[in-house]
Write a protein that binds this ligand. Structure first.
Ligand code: NAP
Ligand code: MG
Length: 489
């Protein structure tokens, strides 16, 4: 039998590639047994702690602080003092030097951070190494460049820093979200109190060591770990600005809490993006975009392309290609360099995914999962696609935040727009077609803050990111991302 014949004889969804284990060495990360709160440039001994684990193995990694209201207040006081005590009046070019230093140190220590991020969060090392870390460093580089140019960025508006920024971030991109928050805040001359997510505090705690290396003045950045109560305490404290990324539900609660208080607010909330495939699209390329759109980072992505709209004439072809491609996804050890889909971030998130997937099957959608063996310990969910989905199903309406795709169909561009916009969210969308005019026609009509054409999940620090409707307000990235950290005369 020739090679070609043999390949054709192989079953279509099991291409038969075997990969030897290729684990990234863990010993580059040295964890402490216990972490305090990083306040005023020193570590405070916490009153209360909890254990943070690896979601891939459920192995305990370290004890971290559950910051109380008093401890959060101490962090805000330290940030206030650092703001008054020089940071806000430091020339922009001096602030820039610190940001450049942080960016360079992140690059130098990229492997260490990437391993830690995968260990504590469950994401494949390939992604933390090639996406999270380079983008986090790029964000600091980018905003370092603006620090001494604020007058030019906002001509005739006399920009000034706001004061203390309280920042609350989620667990899906722990270090990258930290960079999105801290870099523009410092460039604008504010000081910061940041609360990482309960399940992924370790990269933010390691980042404190970067701050020490960069000799950032004490109190300019303070890190308080803990669960939602710590976040609520930060919102209730005497801050001048709150920047929040997370669920729509908590975002709404924060907005209610801040109503009537002179605190600037930006909310980056959930999404239920439409990824729209027209029949003239390069279908193999589109299938890569679909896979990247929903299985990247286990689907724990606010802008994930979780609703796939395929033009009716090509739906069978696209689904067949997609299923075949799904069969090649490697699910498993996040530290293995060949892994495509890692662990679900927490038991709670796994339960949420299971519940929504069960509702999809119950409501009448057809489920497909490629054959794959999931590890016994830890939190895992196989890549999943639902066909025969109606717009009213929960899996087409609610954010699943997992590796689960819902496929719907359309006939005309008008129908695609109407269905794509039929969601309370409006964060992102994708368009796949050969026609430039159709891309522009669609982009004008889709109610989404970010729209990708013939690609998906592309990020650049110079490009603003943010949503409409229940996806929140305010932009991060680019010049737009500086404005929420500034006041104007
Ligand atoms: P979340 O509760 O909104 O978490 C976001 C951040 O807010 C975390 O640091 C969280 O702490 C904190 N927080 C929780 N309650 C708070 C409160 N009352 N006041 C102030 N801060 C509070 O989201 P989640 O529990 O991590 O995930 C739930 C759902 O949110 C996900 O299934 C997904 O749909 C969505 N989500 C969206 C994004 C996004 O990027 N847009 C990111 C993550 C999650 P804890 O870590 O202790 O909860
Ligand atoms: Mg939560």
């Amino acid at each position: 039998m020739t090679d070609v014949e043999r390949r054709e004889a192989a079953p279509p969804d099991r291409p038969g590639w075997d990969y030897a284990p290729a684990p990234e060495a863990r010993d580059i990360v040295s964890l402490r047994e216990r972490y305090g709160l990083f306040v005023g440039g020193t570590w405070l001994e916490p009153h209360e702690t909890y254990t943070t684990i690896s979601p891939a193995t459920e192995e305990p990694l370290a004890e971290v602080a559950q910051a109380t209201r008093e401890e959060v207040t101490a962090a805000v006081d330290a940030a206030r003092e650092a703001f008054r005590d020089g940071w806000s009046s430091l020339p922009g070019a001096e602030r820039a030097k610190y940001l450049f230093r942080i960016a360079r140190i992140l690059q130098e220590r990229a492997r260490e951070f990437a391993v830690l991020e995968s260990l504590n969060g469950g994401k494949p090392i390939k992604e933390s190494r090639d996406v999270d870390l380079p983008l986090a460093a790029a964000h600091f580089f980018y905003y370092a460049g603006w620090a001494d140019k604020l007058e030019y960025a906002f001509p005739n508006r006399r920009p000034h820093p706001l004061g203390v920024a309280g920042q609350i971030i989620p667990w899906n991109f722990p270090l990258l979200m930290l960079a999105w928050k801290i870099a523009p805040a410092l460039a604008a001359g504010n000081t910061v109190v940041l609360k990482p997510a309960e399940t992924t505090p370790l990269s933010a705690l390691l980042f404190c060591d970067v701050l020490r290396q960069a000799e950032l003045p004490p109190g300019v950045v303070n890190i308080v770990t803990g669960d939602g109560r710590t976040g609520a305490a930060l919102v209730a404290s005497e801050v001048d600005k709150i920047a929040f990324t997370g669920s729509t539900e908590v975002g709404k609660a924060i907005r209610r809490e801040l109503a009537g208080r002179p605190v600037k607010l930006t909310l980056e909330l959930g999404g239920k993006a439409a990824n729209v495939i027209f029949d003239d699209a390069a279908l193999d390329q589109a299938v890569e975009g679909i896979v990247n759109g929903i299985y990247f980072n286990q689907g724990h992505v606010c802008c994930a392309g979780s609703r796939l709209f395929v033009q009716e004439s090509v739906v069978e072809e696209v689904i067949a290609k997609l299923k075949r491609r799904m069969g090649t996804l490697r699910v498993g050890d996040p530290l293995d360099k060949n892994t495509d889909v890692g662990a679900i971030n927490s038991r709670q998130q796994l339960e949420k995914i299971r519940e929504l997937v069960a509702s999809g099957a119950e409501e009448g959608a057809q489920i497909y999962q490629p054959p794959c063996r999931l590890p016994e310990r830890g939190y895992w969910f196989a890549p999943t696609v639902f066909t025969h989905v109606a717009q009213s199903y929960r899996i087409a309406q609610e954010e699943i935040f997992g590796p689960v795709l819902s496929v719907l169909t359309f006939r005309t561009p008008e129908e695609a727009v109407e269905k794509a916009n039929n969601t309370p969210y409006g964060l992102s969308a994708g368009i796949w077609t050969e026609k430039g005019s159709r891309i522009l026609w669609m982009a004008e009509r889709l109610r989404a803050g970010v729209i990708w054409a013939n690609t998906y999940n592309r990020f650049d620090p110079a490009s603003p990111f943010g949503g409409y409707k229940e996806s929140g307000f305010g932009r991060e990235g680019g010049l737009h991302g500086l404005e929420p950290y500034l006041g104007f005369e």
